[in-house]
Design a binder for this molecule. Sequence first.
Ligand code: 13P
Ligand code: SF4
Length: 344
Amino acid sequence: MPLVEDSIEKTYSSMKEKLHNVVPDFELRYKAELVYEINRRKKERGAVILGHNYMEPALYHTVPDFVGDSLELARKAAETTCDPIIFCGVRFMAETAKILNPGRTVLLPAREAGCSLAASITAQDVRDLRAKYPGVPIVTYINTYADVKAECDVCCTSGNAAKIVQSLDSDTVIFIPDEYLARNVAKETGKKIILPSESMQAEPTIIGWTGKCEVHEQFSPSDIKNVREQFPEVVVLAHPECSPEVTEASDFTGSTSKMIQYVREKQAPHFLLLTECSMADNIMAENPGKEMLQLCSVRCPHMNQITLEDTLNSLVNNEYIIELPEKVIKKARVSLDRMLELSN
Ligand code: 13P
Ligand code: SF4
């Protein structure tokens, strides 16, 4: 929940109490002014702020009305009656909020906060896949742009991908654009995986694509091996955008919110998260007794673009408005609504 105080000094004190072990004091002093001003103006405008789990700790713990993974935030976006919706996340997430709320203003605080997965496939690529595999349903990971969603049959997120694939009445499914997520889902659902350049076999198959998350592709099984040698009791959690070799060598795989919940509920001497590194800071602030190991600073350059300064600017100057063609919104909405129905 947002940190609403009636003065900058009180905002600073509350931030200090919560964040002293992850954010330096000089930064808290400076950011308290921004947080106070954002929460004041948000109330004045009747806005809602949705924040992804990868936001930096001084933003994550202070201004969003709701935080969560892509699925939870899509659900919140579908329910909200506030206007404007400020999305502290990346563009495809803000587009999702717009598709679900075509009549409301959706603002993305940074002009360009992209995603390597969303950039890996175009609407024409999807039309070509449909022509190559007629009648095969197309599942798109939510990490795609609206025009790509508009060409697909159903969306999924890291929190429901296997469930969505299993719910389709088809042994063969096209799953775009994340190759590693597709490989992890194939393993979980007992299907074979091929890429469009490979030939089809007569068995249940996922036809994948070659997109990769530029953050999660950096982790390797040898990272896990090295950490386990040094900290034998470590519990390793990996996001399903990591390679199947990495998820195989980990103790738990799940969406960002499922990882947060796992650490909250389990006891272990150390946890290692193989995902965007702000999340470990956010968990440490919430659970000061838990020890999070940090391999190195692997930040998503796109999520990293969303700052408190930009969030304040978006409230003051109504920037940057997400605009999508009506036809695209209508078609993409079908894929998103189908996901929300199937994952209830
Ligand atoms: P989640 O839906 O698990 O939060 O993942 C979003 C994402 O972009 C991970 O890199
Ligand atoms: Fe995209 Fe990876 Fe960044 Fe998530 S972490 S937004 S998948 S580039």
